[in-house]
Design a protein around this ligand. Structure first.
Ligand SMILES: CC(C)(COP(=O)(O)OP(=O)(O)OC[C@H]1O[C@@H](n2cnc3c(N)ncnc32)[C@H](O)[C@@H]1OP(=O)(O)O)[C@@H](O)C(=O)NCCC(=O)NCCS
Length: 342
């Protein structure tokens, strides 16, 4: 097997197409539910992944001239003074060439690189629970450093009946896009000030309008769903979904912010469903909704969070768990016998 560093600045169109075909094949096998990146998106991502702060190198492994594996290797330059210096890697072996030691051989090469760069640890992110990647990293002695939950819902496959939750009595729901309608502006400003602290210039109508104008100029797209308390007309809860335009249009709802005194009324659960209902009705261009990709550093934190993920799962979201795993460079080198191929 031959290893080579992919020369992104000098690569020809044919070389980019070959790397893209390998990436698409791996994606379709390991993440069939995700849209594979277009050639342009992949080229841009790889070109932009090296910045003044970090260097990203794409390595390729070939057998008889054909790509059988690829690995991304990233080092940050600004961590020289840190107690722990980390190299970040991902490895993808061709689906038909797995369990033949190729991933482990690649790791040996990346370990040698990490030692050459004076790194203490190797970190692998995006390791999906229950997959070959988890089995591989566990076998090699990596340990989880954080866990991320991701919940996704493909709109075309959704069961709309699951979202049919009534609005609790005494409340009504309104929605808007990037700009809050004039009739709700002052109430929205009071709501922001209540949720985020005492009244402040940041929550003044003019400041809100300026931020909206800036967002619109930057191409921001969003759906905001708000709950109005009918007795006094005040806004008491909101949930905003940022809408990202890529190969597919994906909505990313943020957390629900609820005013004290309106908790335990079922508003949070209803808002989760209402965002989906309004996206389906008003934004049929949204293909997927992705929620809650926050990191947990202790297993207990994740366990405590599980009841919240169940609320969302009940609306049809599929829950995925991803691990970031780490291991010491010396420990791995000793276990594997690090060597740098010619
Ligand atoms: C994870 C991955 C890189 C492993 O590459 P590989 O070349 O198949 O792994 P190796 O042959 O070096 O495996 C070494 C050991 O890891 C463990 N292992 C690897 N895949 C496994 C699987 N599917 N099930 C159980 N154990 C597995 C085994 O202990 C294996 O030894 P064995 O075959 O003698 O039992 C590969 O499966 C892959 O590309 N997965 C998808 C991409 C991915 O998720 N990458 C993110 C993580 S970097």
């Amino acid at each position: 097997m031959d290893f080579e560093r992919f020369d992104a600045p000098q690569a020809t169109d044919d070389q980019w197409r070959e790397v893209h075909a390998h990436e698409v094949q791996s994606m379709e096998y390991d993440w069939p539910e995700l849209a594979s990146p277009t050639l342009d998106a992949m080229v841009n991502r790889l070109r932009e992944s090296t910045t003044t702060d970090c260097t990203n190198t794409l390595w390729l492994a070939r057998e008889h001239g054909k790509i059988v594996a690829s690995a991304s290797y990233t080092v940050h330059h600004d961590d020289a003074d840190h107690t722990v210096r980390i190299a970040f890697i991902t490895v993808h072996v061709h689906p038909e060439r797995r369990r033949l030691g190729i991933g482990t051989a690649f790791l040996r090469l990346l370990l040698a690189e990490a030692r050459r760069h004076g790194k203490d640890r190797i970190s692998v992110s995006g390791v999906r629970r229950g997959t070959s990647a988890e089995a591989w990293t566990v076998r090699l002695g990596f340990e989880p450093s954080s866990r991320t939950l991701l919940q996704r819902l493909v709109m075309a496959d959704a069961d709309l009946a699951l979202w049919d939750l009534p609005t609790p009595a005494g409340y009504r729901v309104v929605s808007w896009g990037v700009a809050v309608p004039e009739e709700f502006l002052s109430r929205y400003c009071r709501y922001l000030a209540t949720c985020w602290g005492s009244p402040h210039d940041w929550f003044a109508p003019q400041a809100v309008r300026e931020r909206e104008a800036q967002g619109l100029a930057e191409g921001c797209d969003r759906l905001v769903v708000a709950v109005v308390h009918e007795a006094d007309g005040e806004i008491v809860a909101t949930k905003a979904a940022e809408i990202k335009h890529g190969a597919d249009i994906v909505a990313r709802p943020g957390p629900t912010s609820l005013v004290l005194g309106h908790r335990d009324q079922g508003l949070e659960r209803m808002l989760e469903a209402e965002v989906l209902r309004r996206l389906a009705a008003e934004r049929p261009d949204v293909a997927e909704v992705v929620e809650k990709d926050q990191a947990f550093y202790l297993p207990e934190e994740l366990a405590a969070y599980r009841c919240m993920t169940q609320v969302i799962a009940d609306l049809g979201y599929r829950t995925e768990e991803y691990l970031r795993v780490e291991a010491g460079v010396e420990q791995l080198s000793t276990a594997l016998g690090s060597s740098r191929p010619d």
